[in-house]
Design a protein around this ligand. Sequence first.
Ligand code: MF3
Ligand code: CO
Length: 270
Amino acid sequence: MAIQIKTLDQLKLMRKAGLVVGEILLEMKAAIAVGVTTNQLNEIAVKGLAARKAKPNFLNYHGYPAVICASINNEIVHGIPNDRPFVEGDVVSIDFGAIVEGWHGDSAFSTIVGKADPADQKMLDVCEESMWRGIAAGKVGAKLTDISFAIEQYTNSQGKYGILREYGGHGIGTEMHQEPHVLNFGAAGMGPELKPGLALAIEPMITRGSPKTRVLDDEWTVVSQDGSRGAHFEHSYALLPDGKPFVLTAIDGGKEKLASLGVEISELLS
Ligand code: MF3
Ligand code: CO
């Protein structure tokens, strides 16, 4: 399938979906504390979607049973919400998406419950920064794998982290997962040229150990083979007709963070 190029009007709808996702993720983040469960976070998301007349995109996706993914400690991605209460120091990764008028948003963050192990916090900071470096590298005129290279380069400059090989970012639009697949590692300068109208979800996933993973018997939860803890950050962003990017799932469109990396965001969706 070819890469879907969106019009400005379509990207305005994707911004609506992205804001729904960004706002509800913030609600979930604010609720995370010792004793809270991931089923309770899922309930916040269910109510948040209903309040905004938006639809979930994870629920029933290849049979997935919830509206969020919640992955704790050695679970890296695609964990299914449950009734286990958070304990101090848990690394919690929440992934969530929504559909508004047929257009999808997809975003994720990791955080730590209560007092953090500094090495866990560093891993989260590295993963989040690598996502922003990837987005900053994904400019109009660049090649797709310039994003991949920027993510890997930054991650490796910060210490010994395992970058997951089997999972990556993706195009997003009228489906959650579209072409192209976006690797979080590899040489720069390859793949399609990035053009206005492109929308991508950028989502580095790393561990404090080996990048090797396996899927639990629930057929969803991706855990590290060596038991090391992991982190996952994700934003959906678009390239606008003015040639500038806009981060659809960030409340401020990515303005502040991208400015610090020398990239100006588009005003077309503000
Ligand atoms: N949001 C995930 C991604 O970034 C997909 C979640 S899988 C699902 O690609 F089944 F939960 F939807
Ligand atoms: Co995604």
